[in-house]
Design a protein around this ligand. Structure first.
Ligand code: IPM
Ligand code: MG
Length: 360
């Protein structure tokens, strides 16, 4: 039976990096006879231009019907002045929420070839392999009440709410423990329990869930300390589980340990492992249309899709191997370039991965 993949390139560099990822996906589809059928649709600013909303109902319906979704990036200055309710980012948040993609896996792996590209000393980051499990459909991103109101004194006030229910905490904690079990059985839960009630409950519930995972070593860390430890001694971490906003921030930070956010893929999964796959980086409007963006995070997101949604381990491994071979060849987009390597553009990088995969 064929499997439906919905491709949502989005805005900015989204269409450029997606074109390369699709080439890799199509080759893997042929080479390993995966039976994928690809279809394309709009999200974010490009959907606003076409439909007046960042995620049309028909697009959402197609995403629900698909077996997996591959997304580029959304947003850009063109749409920054729009009313808050129809900003491009709302489309991304809506699809995450509507598809109940509560578990966001963000691996930060340092390819040995890129040790020089990190701003940290090679000995601090070499061998780095961290997985951030970010809660994706709750917390301050979605909490109500929220808004901008005018106070009695005429001054405006912006406000947001950070709620976490026990069941929301429990299911993401389980995702964290399950991932830790597949790796080195160490889980660090990051919170701000010294200040926030939502974090105090978070910590309590994570402790409860830990009873079902006696084989996993659990630790807790405040988010400010975690930010510091991530740059001081990042290799102390294996799996980190944390709430939506802390995970957003820490995953950007972790990405720089690996040389560039242009290398980081992600998977967003529902309770049945149906998923949406996207690079962790944004739409990078400053370099959009120049053909210089790094497509590897999106290509690696294809590999995560094969692994997590379809259990196609051999094909997923092959894509990762192809990426590694291309780095061995010294090919680098600007974001991961260091002296002695060849600087290439988006398309050249994609073509090189395709060639390496074809020859495997
Ligand atoms: C991410 C992005 C998004 C987020 C934005 C674009 C809404 O930063 O995926 O990390 O904050 O979740
Ligand atoms: Mg982010």
């Amino acid at each position: 039976m064929s499997k439906q993949i919905l491709i949502l390139p989005g805005d900015g560099i989204g269409p450029e990096i997606m074109a390369e990822a699709v080439k890799v996906l199509e080759l893997a589809n042929d080479k390993y006879q995966l039976g994928f059928e690809l279809s394309h649709d709009l999200i974010g600013g490009s959907a606003i231009d076409q439909h007046g909303v960042p995620l049309a109902d028909e697009t959402l319906a197609r995403a629900r019907a698909a077996d997996a979704v591959l997304l580029g990036a959304v947003g850009g200055p063109k749409w920054d002045k729009l009313d808050r309710s129809i900003r491009p980012e709302k489309g991304l948040l809506k699809i995450r929420s509507e598809l109940k993609l509560f578990a966001n896996l963000r691996p930060a792996i340092l390819y040995p070839q890129l040790a020089e590209a990190s701003t940290l000393k090679p000995e601090v980051v070499s061998g780095l392999d961290i997985l951030i499990v970010r809660e994706l459909t709750g917390g301050i991103y979605f909490g109500a009440p929220r808004g901008i109101r005018t106070l009695d004194n005429g001054e405006r006030e912006g406000y947001n709410t950070l709620p976490y229910s026990e069941s929301e905490i429990r299911r993401i904690a389980r995702a964290g423990f399950d991932m830790a079990r597949l790796r080195s059985k160490k889980l660090c839960s990051v919170d701000k329990a010294n200040v926030l009630e939502a974090s105090q409950l978070w910590r309590e519930v994570v402790e409860e869930v830990a009873k079902d995972y006696p084989d996993v070593e659990l630790s807790h860390m405040y988010v400010d300390n975690a930010a510091m430890q991530l740059v001081k001694a990042p290799k102390q971490f294996d799996v980190i589980v944390t709430e939506n906003m802390f995970g957003d921030i820490l995953s950007d930070q972790a990405s720089m340990l690996t040389g560039s956010i242009g290398m980081l893929p992600s998977a967003s999964l529902d309770i049945n492992n149906k998923g949406m796959y996207e690079p962790c980086h944004g739409s990078a409007p400053d370099i959009a249309g120049q053909g210089i963006a790094n497509p590897l995070a999106t290509i690696l997101s294809v590999s995560m899709m094969l692994r997590y949604s379809f259990n196609l381990t051999a094909a997923a491994d092959a894509i990762e191997k192809a990426v590694s071979l291309v780095l061995d060849q010294g090919l680098r987009t600007g974001d991961i370039w260091s002296a002695g390597n060849a600087k290439v553009g988006t398309q050249e990088m994609g073509d090189a991965v395709v060639a390496a995969l074809r020859n495997l």
